[in-house]
Design a protein around this ligand. Structure first.
Ligand code: ADP
Ligand code: TRP
Length: 334
């Protein structure tokens, strides 16, 4: 069997580990939303709260951040009629599959995982969950028989481990139950943060998608700029304010701003003011949607429950084949 024997299905997970920022939006979320339209009924997105447990051991925080991801995605356009959206921990089949595939996963490969090695290098005393992180991720992906996984570069090795586990299972049991999923790398540029480095929650240099008012203004005013005097020509290609503006402003406005930079007709302060307005215009409607959803948590929960039901059903079908393959089904009983 090859991947073409499986129906195309997109799947990705998001860790509930802090406010989503515009780097996440342009680097990942926007693509997720677009893919639900390209693959209606075949896009699976979930909140990876079990993964978050390997690093967050604060119950109230985990609960809050999980709800935040749900609200954020729904506000940003996730459509429950097109995509299956769920909380990982609501689908017990994921953990059942994790155990079974852990028995065909190679120790060496997991020991070589960058995410694990990086944590150890940072002096974190690893728990076993951190070590098994890629196996849980493989179960997330293989359970619904996903063929395509849109993620960032840092997740590529996890996808390789997922493929290796699928191959090992097939070789061990002589049946092919899983596709070997492809990575879909996002070709979007890296979004710079306030200091000009990659925007990342670990660098404290983000513009969260859902801040507004004074806090948004304060963040924009913190953006690092050059020190050219007023009236000097500015280089748009090297300026963070301009780069962020190009992501959220209309093409014609970006061109006008570029010319103003080159002609020395605009200073950094005014450029930031325009960026602020463009951010308000771009994300404003999403903020309104999010505020409305916050008053309708029953709806949000019902979306997640329905998503969990559908995902559970899909993974159950895989599990039936898997349990047959390894000898866990009782003879004659299904
Ligand atoms: P963070 O660096 O803030 O911890 P994550 O590593 O959780 O963000 O990233 C989640 C997703 O967002 C990944 O797909 C990643 O590639 C994307 N992403 C994060 N930061 C950026 C950025 N600055 N530019 C583009 N994409 C990004
Ligand atoms: N490990 C991913 C991250 O940190 C999140 C994740 C968990 C995931 N399970 C997944 C992504 C399955 C894609 C597919 O970003």
């Amino acid at each position: 069997m090859s991947n073409s024997d499986f129906r195309p299905r997109v799947l990705s997970g998001v860790q509930p580990s802090g406010a989503l920022h515009i780097g996440n939006y342009f680097g990942a979320i926007k693509q997720h939303i677009e893919l639900q339209h390209e693959y209606p009924g075949e896009a699976f997105y979930f909140i990876a709260d079990y993964h978050a447990l390997t690093t967050t051991q604060d119950a109230a925080l985990l609960q809050k951040q999980t709800l935040d991801v749900a609200l954020d995605y729904l506000a940003l356009g996730l459509d429950p009629a097109k995509a299956t959206f769920y909380r990982q921990s609501d689908v017990p089949q994921v953990t059942e599959l994790t155990w079974i595939i852990s028995t065909v996963a190679g120790m060496g490969e997991l020991e070589r995982a960058h995410s694990y090695k990086d944590k150890i290098a940072q002096g974190i005393r690893p728990n076993v969950g951190l070590f098994l992180y890629p196996v849980l991720m493989a179960a997330d992906i293989l359970g619904p028989r996903s063929t395509m996984v849109p993620v960032g570069q840092d997740q590529v090795q996890h996808l390789e481990i997922t493929r290796a586990i699928a191959r090992s299972f097939h070789a061990t049991y002589g049946v092919e139950v899983f596709p070997e999923p492809d990575v879909r790398l996002n070709d979007a540029k890296v979004v710079p943060g306030l200091d000009g480095e990659k925007m990342s929650k670990s660098y404290n240099n983000t513009i969260p998608i859902f801040v507004d008012g004074e806090e948004l203004r304060a963040r924009v005013m913190r953006i690092k700029t050059g020190s050219e005097p007023r009236g000097a020509a500015l280089n748009p290609a090297e300026d963070t304010t301009f780069k962020l503006y190009s992501l959220v402003a209309a093409l014609a406005d970006v061109e006008t701003m570029r010319q103003a930079y080159l002609a020395g007709a605009i200073g950094y302060r005014d450029a930031k003011q325009r960026l602020l307005e463009a951010l308000e215009a771009y994300f404003g409607p999403f903020r309104e949607k999010r505020a409305a959803l916050e008053h309708d948590l029953g709806y949000v929960e019902s979306v997640l429950q329905e998503g969990a039901r559908r995902a559970g059903e899909e993974i159950q079908q895989t599990l039936t084949l898997v349990r047959d393959a390894v000898g866990l089904n009782r003879p004659g009983v299904r």
